[in-house]
Design a protein around this ligand. Structure first.
Ligand SMILES: NC(=O)c1ccc[n+]([C@@H]2O[C@H](COP(=O)([O-])OP(=O)(O)OC[C@H]3O[C@@H](n4cnc5c(N)ncnc54)[C@H](O)[C@@H]3O)[C@@H](O)[C@H]2O)c1
Ligand SMILES: O=C(O)C(=O)C[C@@H](O)[C@H](O)[C@H](O)COP(=O)(O)O
Ligand SMILES: [Zn+2]
Length: 344
């Protein structure tokens, strides 16, 4: 895996990184918010000339239409294969910018400067890149490693608190799948009081250790997807409505449902289920689910990338801190998990 650096200040570390790499031109990608809040923190150390493209923020824009705009900009800027892309943003921007770089002229290099908690603890690491397609999460994509990931917690100073909370869900996931003590030491009651810097470095270690063992998700890496079969289905189902969910909010609900399935299918204890449910509800509350939401959500689960043939395969917990994968679950069991959530 290429270097992942956690640094106090973005400017000094970026300046060092840029001088250690050779490139013909630099293409900086921002969304409308990272352009406003994050770009000013790095602009002083940029080379005299560079290209810069900004697109509208949010999951709704993580699609091929935005990619086409990025590729057009890259082409008009005359980027050759020695060009370098700098992804300055959250998970949407990192997934899409890395994907665009990986496809352009069959692949140019990119570095990630993640600016949200979610992208610092999860999305910027591990080379899963892609965009949504036909209403399906990350349906088109590739695995490809960034040259470098530079994580600067200072960017979080301007991050809205709902986005911070969204990133916290992936931290909770890391504890649930790999490290009971980590999970138990998280502050759920006063979640804003968590020591983000130390959580970022521990979460990155957990994610790195899994990805290094199974970079292309042949098996073990599926544990990083705990909460995501149902979570992605919920995220997609609510994407266009007024009650749309952030990625971490959807994954938090997905983790409750999948913790319930873990009791049914993997003999996780009901004490663990209670603890997980209580902790997650404390931070995220409950999303409103109607019976009419069930069928579309179940159908979306059929499209999950972990599935094989007609089998829906889940990553589920054996206990807090330990996760297994490739567990077949049928539609009525998923409906029962949604009902558990609905009745809380
Ligand atoms: N590739 C992976 O392994 C992986 C892992 C987890 C999630 N993801 C993907 O990541 C995406 C979610 O990422 P996200 O939560 O970072 O969302 P995001 O990229 O949409 O960023 C969230 C919001 O915060 C704004 N923002 C970003 N940095 C800011 C800052 N420092 N100050 C103020 N505003 C800022 C953005 O403009 C956006 O409005 C989803 O599409 C999800 O599928 C990918
Ligand atoms: O890195 C991984 O592997 C993950 O599954 C991390 C997830 O948090 C992330 O949301 C990822 O993008 C989901 O991937 P997908 O294969 O389910 O689209
Ligand atoms: Zn995720």
């Amino acid at each position: 895996m290429n270097p992942i650096i956690i640094a106090e200040q973005p400017s000094k570390s970026l300046s060092e990184a840029l001088s250690s790499l050779t490139f013909s031109s630099l293409f900086i990608l921002t969304d409308e918010n990272t352009q406003e809040y994050c770009f000013p923190l790095i602009k002083d150390v940029l080379p005299e000339s560079y290209f810069h493209f900004t697109f509208p923020a949010g999951e709704k824009h993580k699609n091929l239409e935005t990619c086409a705009e990025i590729w057009t900009e890259m082409t008009e800027a005359g980027l050759d294969r020695k060009a370098l892309v700098l992804n300055l943003g959250g998970g949407v921007l990192g997934d899409m910018g890395g994907f665009c770089a990986s496809i352009y002229k069959r692949g140019i290099r990119f570095i990630n400067l993640p600016t949200t908690l979610l992208s610092q603890v999860d999305a910027s690491v591990g080379g899963k890149l892609g965009v949504d397609f036909e209403g399906l999460k990350n349906h088109l994509g590739v695995f490809n490693e960034p040259e470098l990931v530079l994580i600067c917690p200072q960017f979080l100073n301007t991050l809205p608190s709902n986005e911070l909370r969204s990133g916290f869900a992936e931290i909770i996931k890391h504890g649930l799948i790999r490290d009971k003590e980590y999970f138990e030491n998280l502050d759920f009651q006063n979640w804003k009081e968590n020591d983000w810097k130390s959580l970022i470095s521990h979460s990155v270690e957990i994610k790195k250790s899994v990805v290094q063992e199974d970079p292309k998700e042949a098996g073990l890496r599926k544990i990083l997807n705990f909460g995501h079969t149902i979570g992605h289905a919920l995220e997609t189902h609510f994407l266009d409505g007024s009650n749309h969910l952030l990625h971490g909010e959807a994954i938090a609900a997905g983790m409750i449902c999948e913790a319930w399935l873990s009791v049914e299918k993997c003999q996780m204890s009901s004490a663990d289920l209670e603890q997980i449910t209580q902790n997650l509800l404390e931070v995220y509350g409950k999303i409103r689910l109607n019976k009419s939401d069930f069928e579309p959500v179940l159908n979306l689960c059929l499209q999950d990338k972990k599935n094989e043939g007609k089998e829906i395969l889940f990553s589920l917990l054996e206990k807090i801190g330990s996760c297994t994968f490739n567990v077949p679950v049928n539609k009525s069991e998923i409906a029962a998990a949604l009902t558990y959530y609905q009745n809380l």
